[in-house]
Structures are given as structure tokens and as C-alpha cells.
Design a binder for this molecule. Structure first.
Ligand SMILES: Cc1cc2nc3c(=O)[nH]c(=O)nc-3n(C[C@H](O)[C@H](O)[C@H](O)COP(=O)(O)OP(=O)(O)OC[C@H]3O[C@@H](n4cnc5c(N)ncnc54)[C@H](O)[C@@H]3O)c2cc1C
Ligand SMILES: *[C@@H]1O[C@H](CO)[C@@H](O)[C@H](O)[C@H]1NC(C)=O
Ligand SMILES: *[C@@H]1O[C@H](CO)[C@@H](O)[C@H](O)[C@H]1NC(C)=O
Ligand SMILES: *[C@@H]1O[C@H](CO)[C@@H](O)[C@H](O)[C@H]1NC(C)=O
Ligand SMILES: *[C@@H]1O[C@H](CO)[C@@H](O)[C@H](O)[C@H]1NC(C)=O
Ligand SMILES: *[C@@H]1O[C@H](CO)[C@@H](O)[C@H](O)[C@H]1NC(C)=O
Ligand SMILES: *[C@@H]1O[C@H](CO)[C@@H](O)[C@H](O)[C@H]1NC(C)=O
Ligand SMILES: *[C@@H]1O[C@H](CO)[C@@H](O)[C@H](O)[C@H]1NC(C)=O
Ligand SMILES: *[C@@H]1O[C@H](CO)[C@@H](O)[C@H](O)[C@H]1NC(C)=O
Length: 533
């Protein structure tokens, strides 16, 4: 593999960290700042409390711990030492062994009848996802109202985890199918075919967002594992968030614990409780805390606090299609590839690529799949019970808007034409059939196929949108001391894949919050010297 600046950066970072910080994992495979003992944390106070150690929560915790004491509470366990998470050769195998109440990938079925997963482990959904890494477009960043320079720095802080470019037959196929130009290796969101990044390294080992915790200040950072947050504790005046209530995720007793925000000395500003529990978790915890549509909360006997009817609204998923390639088992056995080949087609409307997915423990399948990049249909999320361990109900309303169905048909055509190119035919040794027929399918057939067979690639987002549930600083409207920061705040899915931008946002907003408390003098550029040596 050719050298890349990212690999080099990664090497420098890893070696420096290993030497200066003496990173090790103990017998339970948890780092020095992690614990699963609720008694070590219960009743204590911290400057910031972050709920959910996923794509966004980990970089946020590392960043805030630079200057303040931080507690990160995660309902799942540690990803370290788990081969199903770490080894690329096990990619997606978890889907064969999930358990709704205990596995690190929690399955859920939307009310539309589509099943998918969310992470229940430190690292969150970055511990189970496809690992594709791609930045948001300039346009997305402008619409979000983010500061361009700080966004760039935040991506670059995350990116030592992105790896070497790699070429493949899929690239040829996409270029041949007209997904042009070919842009080479780039993390940017540009039209055409490109080689993007992945969070698997040269040893085919996954680096989840949990690895970003090693950039924090271990003296001020505490990560509590296996603890499920029930709700936020409020002081009535304001109302103002003052802490959280949680319990042991896997212990069936009814003990509930509390932890609080530090009271600042000399009347200075308080820190915040920040919900980073994902597109399902964050709206769920808001509702369990009394922030949501009051009529709905009353049905579940939750005492209402703020009647924010927009909580859970606007949640969205990108309808996707996958065409299985008819490949012999011998070729199927080839290990999945290093970097990502991605096509951004038809004026940014479709994202297309190839994946290897497991069919059983000893058989895989290669697919060409694509998603509609900006669907218009939006859905809704509501509570099914007051138990935070149970997933809320969610309906994405795929194809509620007719134009999304038109998009899906065009996307199906694009996949079929990529699958029937000479490059793919040479690789397969035969002609690939379409979605419905041997040849290309008709418009009517494809419409029906979309309605029956469209699925998800897990890029669901929204539920706590900026402007309706949180303000531009991610503060929850109507209360003090509470923010939401994760994929639930996104109106659209950024880049070819969202994870890069969700991780970037954790770092970005962490820096903004440090600036807010330190004043303009705060300089983040050199703030990790202590950890790096
Ligand atoms: C199958 C699949 C494949 C994907 N592939 C890709 C890909 O290749 N590239 C890409 O960019 N994106 C991909 N994604 C999407 C990406 O992983 C997510 O968009 C991203 O992880 C969302 O980040 P988040 O911080 O919002 O939530 P998450 O990463 O899900 O983090 C939320 C965390 O909160 C914790 N939590 C929830 N509730 C509670 C509670 N009550 N108490 C304590 N903790 C709680 C969870 O356990 C979890 O750790 C994929 C998603 C799926 C499902
Ligand atoms: C978390 O709970 C799981 C399931 O009970 C257990 O296997 C794991 O060891 C626990 N993690 C830690 C760090 O104790
Ligand atoms: C799921 O895990 C829980 C807790 O470990 C266990 O009690 C239950 O039997 C499991 N369910 C299945 C279907 O294996
Ligand atoms: C815990 O209790 C719930 C409901 O009370 C039950 O469904 C579940 O099986 C129990 N889990 C274990 C591990 O005993
Ligand atoms: C909550 O707000 C909605 C929308 O504004 C309104 O229709 C409803 O009556 C309110 N409910 C309560 C209990 O105030
Ligand atoms: C896949 O290829 C085999 C020949 O190896 C053929 O018998 C089979 O019908 C093909 N399946 C499809 C769905 O095209
Ligand atoms: C795969 O495993 C199944 C059951 O575990 C077995 O029946 C089958 O023969 C295996 N197939 C191959 C190709 O090894
Ligand atoms: C709760 O979940 C169950 C099982 O997923 C489902 O059948 C039921 O319709 C849901 N109830 C509500 C009110 O969403
Ligand atoms: C498409 O959906 C139909 C109806 O649900 C099902 O019978 C068929 O097997 C699906 N096709 C594929 C390729 O999944």
C-alpha cells in the first residue's frame, strides 16, 4: 500500500501516546479512566456529564476533559478485546447473533417494518458500522452555520484514524457506468467516483470513536460503562439540569443512582448535562425527562416539564437498495477490502458503493448498494415504555413523499447499470441480472420493487433538530444546563456517510464550549501537548 500522510500521522500519534501516556488495557479490557462500578461514581459531582459514549460523545468527552472534570456514561461495555467489533474479517457478523436486551449491537424494527441496529457499547454505532469515513460537503457546513476553519481543524483532529487508499474493480465499474470524474483519494464530498477513508487500519483492525478518548486528560475524565441513564434531574427554577439518574444495565435489581453537576466556585457558570445518546436515545431520554409532547407523556404517566412537541419529530432515514452480485463462493471468500470506493452520482443525489455482507458464519455475499442522499419524507419517534433499555418506537415514513419514490427508481437504474458494466461482467465471468428481470427492469417493476424491498444502511438521523428542539449551540429550548449533541440534531445525513461529521461535531462543539467558558484567549491548537509529550 502506498504511504499516505494520514498513516504517517497515525503512526506518530500512536507511538507518542504509547510512550507518554502508558496506554494499557487491564484484564477486563478497560482503560485506566474507565469503570463499570456504579459505586465509584454514584453521588459524586462533575463539571460536565455526557450521556452516551458513541460517535459524538467520545470526542466531546476527550475535548472537555482538557479543562474540566467530565463523566461519560455509556449503557454498554468496552469494545476492546472483542473480535466481533475489532476484526474487519468479522464485519457485520454481529447481525447473526444479536439479542435485544444484551448484545453490543441492539436490533430494532421500525414501524415501517425495516430492521436495523444501533451500538450498545463504548464507541456506539462506530463499533458496528461499515467504517466508511467521508467529510460533509462545504454546502452542508455552511447550511449548518458552522465555522469553516474550526470544522477543518476538528476533522483533522479525528482523522489520524483514516487509512490508505485502495483500488478495485468497483472503481472501474462506477467510472464505466458514468459516475465520473474519478477523483482519486479524497475525504471531501465531491461528485464522481473516489477512494475514501475507513476506520480499519493496515492490520484490518477497527478504530472506534472510543479511541479518541485517549486524547483526553485522564486525570479529569471518568467513563462509566454498563450504566443506563433513565432521565435528567432538574431544579425547578429555570428549570435547570443538575444531574442524571441511572442504573446498572445488566443487573436486574431496581437500584437507581444519581450523579450531579459541580456547583462552580464563586458563582461562576455551571457546566451542562449533554445527551449524546444517538438519534433514538437522545429524544427518548428527553421524553423520559418530561421534555416532549405532553399528551403523549401523560399516557405513560411521565410528569411533564416542557411541552416541546417537536421532540422525536423529523427523524429520517435514507431509503437504500442492494443488488446481490452472483459471485462464486471462491470469490466470495476473499476478505473485505481496505479503503472505500464510493460514487457520488447524478448531481449529489445518490451515494453508491459495494459491500461484503455475511450470510452465515461461513458464507458472505457481495452487493452493490446505494442510498437516496436527501429524501424529503420524514418520520416520528415515540416512547413504547418508560424503560430506557427498550428501544422507542420509530416510523421513518419511507416514500411518503412521491418524489422519494421517483428518486429510488432512478437509483435502481444506476445500480443495475453499474452491475452490468464490462468491469463487473469480467469479474463475475457472466452477465449480472437486474433487480427484477434478467435485463433492465421496467419503471413499474422498479417502483414496486422500491416499495417492497427498499431497506436501510443505518444513516437514520434527526429527532432533536436544531431550530425546533435545540438552538444553534445545541442547548435544549426552554431549560437551562442541558444540550443534545449527536446525529439526532441533523436535518440531513452529511457526506457519503455521516460518522465523520458526527465525530467532528463532538470535537467542534467541545472547543466552542471551552471557548465559551475560558473567553476568547482560549487556544485549542496546542491543547494536547501534555498528552503527546
Ligand atoms: C449498520 C450500520 C452501518 C453504518 N455504516 C456507516 C458507515 O460505514 N459510515 C458512516 O459514516 N456511518 C455509518 N453508519 C452510521 C453511523 O454509525 C452513525 O450515524 C453514528 O454512529 C451516529 O452517532 P451518534 O453519536 O449520533 O450515535 P451512536 O454512535 O449510536 O452513539 C450513541 C451512544 O449512546 C449510548 N446510549 C443510548 N442510550 C443510552 C442511555 N439511556 N444511557 C447510556 N447510554 C446510552 C449508546 O449505547 C451509544 O453508545 C452506520 C450505521 C449502522 C446502523
Ligand atoms: C458489562 O456487562 C457485560 C454483560 O453483563 C459484561 O460481560 C462486561 O464484562 C461488563 N463490563 C465491564 C467493564 O465490567
Ligand atoms: C438475551 O440476553 C438476556 C440477558 O443476558 C437473556 O436473559 C436472554 O435469555 C437472551 N435472549 C435470547 C433470545 O437469547
Ligand atoms: C430482567 O427483568 C426483565 C423484566 O422484569 C426480564 O424480562 C428479563 O428477562 C430479566 N433479565 C435477567 C437477566 O434476569
Ligand atoms: C402542547 O403543545 C401543543 C402544540 O402547541 C398544544 O396543542 C397542546 O395543547 C399543548 N399541551 C399542553 C398540555 O399544554
Ligand atoms: C448465478 O450463477 C449460476 C451459475 O454459476 C446460475 O446457475 C444461477 O442461476 C445464477 N443466479 C442468478 C440469480 O442469476
Ligand atoms: C457452513 O456452515 C453450515 C452450518 O454451520 C454447514 O451446513 C455448511 O456446510 C457450511 N458451508 C460451507 C461452505 O462450509
Ligand atoms: C410497542 O412495541 C411493540 C413491539 O415492538 C409494538 O407491537 C407496539 O405496537 C408498540 N406500541 C406502541 C404504542 O408503539
Ligand atoms: C422483495 O420483496 C418481496 C416481497 O416482500 C420478497 O418476496 C422478495 O424476496 C424480495 N426480494 C429480494 C431480492 O429481497
Amino acid at each position: 500500500m502506498p504511504p499516505s500522510p494520514y498513516r504517517m500521522l497515525y503512526f506518530i500519534l500512536f507511538v507518542s501516546l504509547s510512550i507518554c501516556c502508558f496506554i494499557h488495557t487491564n484484564a477486563a479490557n478497560i482503560g485506566p479512566f474507565m469503570t463499570a462500578d456504579v459505586n465509584e461514581v454514584a453521588g459524586k459531582s462533575f463539571d460536565y456529564i455526557i450521556v452516551g459514549g458513541g460517535a459524538c460523545g467520545c470526542p466531546l468527552a476527550a475535548t472537555l476533559s482538557k479543562s474540566y472534570s467530565v463523566l461519560l456514561v455509556e449503557r454498554g461495555g468496552s469494545p476492546y478485546g472483542n473480535h466481533l467489533i475489532e476484526d474487519e474479517s468479522s464485519l457485520s457478523l454481529y447481525s447473526l447473533i444479536t439479542n435485544e436486551s444484551s448484545s453490543f449491537a441492539q436490533p430494532f424494527v421500525s414501524e415501517d417494518g425495516i430492521s436495523t441496529y444501533r451500538g450498545r457499547v463504548l464507541g456506539g454505532t462506530t463499533a458496528i458500522n461499515g467504517g466508511f469515513y467521508s467529510r460533509a460537503s462545504k454546502d452542508f457546513i455552511e447550511r449548518a452555520g458552522w465555522e469553516g476553519e474550526l470544522v477543518k481543524d476538528a476533522y483533522e483532529w479525528v482523522e489520524p484514524y483514516v487509512l490508505t487508499p485502495w483500488q478495485s474493480v468497483v472503481k472501474e465499474a462506477l467510472v464505466e457506468a458514468g459516475v465520473t470524474p474519478f477523483n482519486g483519494f479524497t475525504l471531501e464530498h465531491v461528485e464522481g467516483t473516489k477512494i475514501g477513508g475507513r476506520i480499519f487500519d493496515g492490520n484490518r483492525r477497527r478504530h472506534t470513536s472510543a479511541d479518541l478518548l485517549t486524547l483526553g486528560n485522564f486525570e479529569r475524565l471518568t467513563v462509566l460503562l454498563n450504566a443506563t441513564v433513565q432521565n435528567v434531574i432538574f431544579q425547578q427554577a429555570g428549570p435547570t439540569a443538575r444531574g442524571i439518574r441511572f442504573f446498572n444495565s445488566y443487573n436486574n435489581n431496581s437500584d437507581v443512582y444519581e450523579v450531579y453537576l459541580n456547583q462552580p466556585k464563586e458563582g461562576g457558570p455551571w457546566g451542562d448535562v449533554i445527551l449524546s445518546a444517538g438519534a433514538l436515545g437522545s429524544p427518548q431520554i428527553l421524553m423520559l425527562s418530561g421534555i416532549g409532547p405532553h399528551e403523549h407523556l401523560k399516557q405513560l404517566n411521565i410528569s411533564p416539564l416542557i411541552n416541546t412537541t417537536e421532540v422525536g419529530k423529523g427523524i429520517q432515514d435514507n431509503p437504500s437498495l442492494a443488488l446481490a452480485l452472483n459471485i462464486s463462493q471462491a470469490l466470495q471468500k476473499q476478505p473485505p477490502a481496505g479503503a472505500q470506493i464510493m460514487g457520488i452520482a447524478n448531481d449529489f443525489r445518490f451515494i453508491i458503493g459495494s459491500l461484503t455482507v455475511p450470510m452465515s458464519l461461513n458464507a458472505t455475499m457481495k452487493i452493490i448498494s446505494a442510498k437516496v442522499a436527501d429524501p424529503l419524507s420524514r418520520g416520528e419517534l415515540w416512547l413504547n415504555s418508560t424503560d430506557p433499555r427498550q428501544s422507542p418506537s420509530v416510523k421513518f415514513n419511507y416514500f411518503e413523499k412521491e418524489s422519494d419514490l421517483d428518486e429510488c427508481v432512478q437509483m435502481a437504474r444506476l445500480i443495475e447499470s453499474a452491475a452490468r458494466t464490462e468491469s463487473i461482467e469480467k469479474f463475475l465471468g457472466r452477465k449480472q441480472s437486474g433487480f427484477v428481470d434478467e435485463g433492465a427492469s421496467t419503471e413499474e417493476e422498479l417502483r414496486e420493487y422500491c416499495q417492497k424491498n427498499a431497506s436501510t444502511i443505518g444513516h437514520y438521523h434527526g429527532g432533536c433538530l436544531v431550530g425546533s428542539v435545540v438552538d444553534g449551540d445545541y442547548k435544549v429550548f426552554g431549560v437551562e444546563g442541558l444540550r443534545v449533541l449527536d446525529g439526532s440534531t441533523f436535518l440531513d445525513s452529511p457526506g457519503t456517510n455521516p460518522m465523520a461529521t458526527v465525530m467532528m461535531l463532538g470535537r467542534y462543539q467541545g472547543i466552542k464550549m471551552l471557548r465559551e467558558r475560558h473567553g476568547r484567549k482560549f487556544n485549542y491548537a496546542h491543547d494536547y501537548e501534555c498528552n503527546l509529550g
